[in-house]
Design a binder for this molecule. Structure first.
Ligand SMILES: [Zn+2]
Length: 156
């Protein structure tokens, strides 16, 4: 079964028969804990199909990991950070001193999980938004998490 991902409460449904795609608001499914199968009717060719709604990229877990960040674009932008929340697609972090960062900057991140042996995680994040100079939203450059972060996110 086709898996589809949620972004900003929307999911893109692609008809397996004709390739017609439609973006639908799936916000009403976001509070449901179980796996969600959605039955779709293609508006283009009337083919009926089912998809599995993958909400993990949406679900954010509140955290308080501490770690370090370092900018690739501006060597001087580095310091300590606290990870406020995390999801499969990215994280939100708080820094102590506002930095000259802008959307699109690439940061090298290093933080420890708060579970088990508290493994050290290394990631690359792309700055998406900056709130008030100190709270930064980042998107991971890859959503494949083959280290300890994968299982961590699976049990959100
Ligand atoms: Zn179709």
């Amino acid at each position: 079964m086709e898996k589809i991902f949620v972004k900003n409460m929307n999911a893109t449904f692609i008809c397996p028969a004709c390739g017609f795609s439609a973006i639908r608001d799936v916000s009403r499914f976001m509070d449901v804990k179980s796996t969600i199968h959605i039955r779709c009717l293609c508006k283009h060719c009337s083919h009926q199909y089912r998809v599995l709604l993958e909400r993990r990229s949406f679900v954010r877990k509140s955290t308080s990991f501490t770690g370090r960040y370092k900018s690739r674009n501006n060597i001087q932008s580095q310091g300590v950070m606290t990870v406020l929340d995390i999801s499969r697609s990215g994280l939100k972090m708080q820094i102590l001193i506002p930095q000259k960062l802008s959307a699109g900057d690439v940061l090298e991140l290093e933080f420890r999980l708060d579970r088990g042996s508290c493994p050290l995680i290394h990631r690359e994040g792309i700055v998406k938004n900056i709130l008030g100079g100190k709270t930064i939203g980042l998107e991971f450059s890859s959503s494949n998490h083959t280290d300890a972060l994968g299982p961590y996110l699976a049990f959100l």
